[in-house]
Design a protein around this ligand. Structure first.
Ligand code: ATP
Length: 208
């Protein structure tokens, strides 16, 4: 049975934090593949055009043999819901043990996701530590256990583990903010992404 992880997100834009998380997941649980899943219509966010976000993802991941960018969300209209994407992808990749890669901030919200209780038990969860408010790893673990408890209260079970990565403070919002303030984003995103952002004047006041 092959082992595949989905890494869902807005990726607006993709940054080195995302790439480090995916690479760590690949090796920590011996994955065959990481499928990057950009959301077409993220439920709680306004984002740059899907085409731009996809292009940046493709540029950033093209030299990695185990990274794939999925456009499966284009097949569906309406909001992007993780459980629908996992169901659709399962049809394309039979005989697969599924994982979902997620940052601690997003994992915290899982019990509130559309059919989150069902989704929780459809895959194993690989959680990237993320600074939310200066908490330690022990506190982060407590947060995950609380999520687990909330799910158990609804008779849902979940398997999760932390990814062994150093905390990386970079976020897409930080990058967008840097661009608006005319600060450099070199070394925060791959060069191919940086040049794409410049060429299309993304995230600046002059944005398309
Ligand atoms: P924004 O700042 O716009 O909220 P983001 O940087 O969190 O964006 P997303 O595309 O929303 O990027 O993130 C996709 C997934 O990657 C989420 O599960 C998020 O928690 C995780 N993630 C993003 N950046 C990091 C990071 N630096 N460390 C760990 N996880 C991260």
């Amino acid at each position: 049975m092959q082992q595949i992880a989905i890494f869902g997100g807005t990726f607006d834009p993709i940054h080195w934090g995302h790439l480090l998380v995916a690479e760590t997941a690949l090796h920590q649980v011996s994955l065959d593949q990481v499928i990057w899943l950009p959301s077409l219509n993220p439920p709680h966010k306004q984002a740059a055009l899907f085409e731009h976000r996809v292009e940046m993802l493709q540029r950033a991941t093209e030299d990695h043999p185990a990274f794939t960018v999925s456009l499966i969300e284009l097949n569906r209209s309406g909001m992007s819901y993780a459980i629908n994407s996992l169901t659709d992808l399962s049809a394309f990749y039979p005989n697969t043990h599924w994982y979902w890669i997620i940052g601690l901030d997003a994992f915290q919200t899982l019990p509130r996701w559309y059919r989150g209780y069902e989704l929780a038990q459809m895959c194993d969860w690989l959680i990237a530590p993320r600074l939310l408010g200066g908490e330690t790893i022990a506190q982060s673990e407590l947060i995950c256990k609380q999520v687990e408890q909330q799910l158990q209260n609804q008779s849902s079970t979940i398997h999760w583990q932390f990814l062994n990565i150093p905390l990386v403070g970079v976020s897409s919002s930080l990058i967008r903010q840097c661009i608006r303030k005319n600060h450099s984003i070199r070394y925060l995103v791959p060069e191919s992404v940086r040049s794409y952002i410049t060429a299309h004047q993304l995230y600046s006041n002059k944005s398309e």
